[in-house]
Design a protein around this ligand. Structure first.
Ligand code: HEM
Length: 228
């Protein structure tokens, strides 16, 4: 469980930091929605259904840069036929998770990091009410793909999703993530490159991580002291 969970969850969190560095407008929108619900406290699981922006960001991280792009290898245990193709017993089958999650017929402009694709206007919202949103159930949820398939599907799927949710909600609530600057004051652009292999993760990049304000720093400090 430890091996299955460690690199995969951290890789997705690294994708989150990369996406926030590249898309400050997404972080600001998410911060507005968390502020509206939490009113000066840190979010927790009691806010799970009230923070669709956080769900949308987690889902988009899992879709945009899936951790296991080609899934794990499965072996066919008996002869099979799929859409007219004969697949003999013993064949190794790889599910192309990347392609499924970048299908332009399912996800418009699939290369763009756009959590809004999972959101729609909430009940009674008008055009000026950008914060009143809910998850759009008509958009395919990437968690039905990104954790694999069938009897060997990831057994940590729900734990992983909820760990990511609470981490992203807490970070969004209290932290600003921006591009780093070098010693000459020049902005450092992240390359956005990834490692490849069984698990893929962003190559190391620099960003600037700061509390949103002294009040937010105090909130984090108080939470740490409570946990100690
Ligand atoms: C973002 C986080 C995660 C992602 C994207 C992910 C993804 C996957 C994928 C794609 C597979 C292969 C499924 C298949 O063969 O069809 C898998 C297997 C597995 N995962 Fe995860 N995983 C994550 C987190 C976790 C966590 C938190 C745990 C444990 C607490 C875990 C434990 C495992 C184990 C034990 C397997 C092997 C299952 C088997 O072969 O029967 N994973 N995961």
């Amino acid at each position: 469980m430890y091996i299955g969970g460690a690199d995969t969850t951290t890789s997705t969190l690294e994708t989150f930091f990369l996406a926030m560095t590249l898309h400050p407008e997404v972080l600001q929108e998410a911060q507005r929605s968390v502020d509206r619900v939490c009113e000066g406290r840190l979010p927790d699981f009691s806010d799970y259904d009230a923070l669709p922006w956080v769900h949308a960001i987690v889902k988009e991280c899992l879709r945009w840069r899936p951790v296991a792009r080609m899934n794990l290898a499965h072996m066919v245990t008996k002869d099979d036929v799929y859409e007219g193709y004969h697949i003999p017993k013993g064949s190794i089958v790889l599910a192309n998770i990347w392609a499924i999650l970048h299908d332009p017929e399912v996800y418009t402009d699939p290369e763009a990091f756009n959590p809004r694709r999972f959101l729609r206007a909430g009940p009674g919202a008008d055009a000026a009410d950008a914060a009143n949103v809910e998850l759009d159930p008509t958009v395919r949820d990437p968690t039905v793909v990104t954790f694999g398939f069938g009897r060997r599907i990831c057994p940590g799927k729900h734990m992983a999703y909820q760990s990511l949710w609470v981490a992203v909600a807490s970070i969004v609530a209290a932290i600003d993530i921006t591009k780093a600057v070098d010693e000459h004051g020049k902005i450092i652009e992240p390359s956005g490159e990834y490692t490849y292999g069984l698990i893929s993760a962003p190559k190391p990049f620099k960003c600037c991580i700061r509390p949103r304000s002294a009040a937010h720093a105090a909130l984090v400090q108080a939470a740490l002291e409570q946990d100690a």
